[in-house]
Design a protein around this ligand. Sequence first.
Ligand code: SF4
Length: 282
Amino acid sequence: MSASSNTTNYNLKELPFELVENPTQQNGGDNDAAHPASWNFHVDSGNKTAHLTLIANNDEACLSDLIPVAHQLCDIINRLAGQNEIENGAEISCKKGCASCCSYMVSLSSAEAFFLQKHILSLPAEKRKPILHSFLLAARKIAANRMPLVNIPAKNESQSLKSISRWYQKMNIKCPFMKENTCSQYHARPLVCREHLVTSSPKACCPSSGMLSSTVELPISTAELLMELSNLLELTRDEAIILPLAMVWCNSNAQRGVQKYPTALLAEQFIKAISAKTPAMA
Ligand code: SF4
């Protein structure tokens, strides 16, 4: 589901937040004079560090407005982790066009669900309609299989999530974004798809192969980070939304999708969550 390069292609200057990679930045330095609402931070993976600046272009934003920068951050972390793997003689198998792992259950934070809803609704009709139809078919299949919950526990290790994953697997649901065996919305794909980075053969990612894949350990899970942030700001607890139910869920929770927060609050909480998972620099 992932690639080790930066594959986002949003025009970030038109969005409330912008993430800029700055190799010469002194960590914890002053704000960029040209952008008073900016925050410097860094992420590490092994012996690699990326120095970054988060810039707020507006005064207010929705939680889902952080998703484009979360995608960018995730791709940067993947790049650093991938470089370490390559230096150690391994090869990253994930690339655009590979869909070996795309039958697993994909879970989203509320922020990602609303981001995907906005993204899908912004697509031209010829792309939007088949995707919406696929979401509808998948949601009907889930309803027919008597899945009672839209929200599931967010912690991957929990037993309940494992049993829901098994239930999901049995339904053999095609991801609503899958078209001709490839991800039709690769640049906007969810964070958990981006974070699945492997060095093993793509075959090992197929649930039916019975093989074990070798996943690259990432220093920060941006998907978990967004879930934590959503929980904190929306006062929810371990909330995750199954991808095919995202459109239904967003319609039922429309008010949350338009909730605005001061961009400074969103940015500071985002950086705080990252810094809590990143050792301070010497
Ligand atoms: S969104 Fe669907 S098709 Fe795209 S990478 Fe994720 S699982 Fe695969």
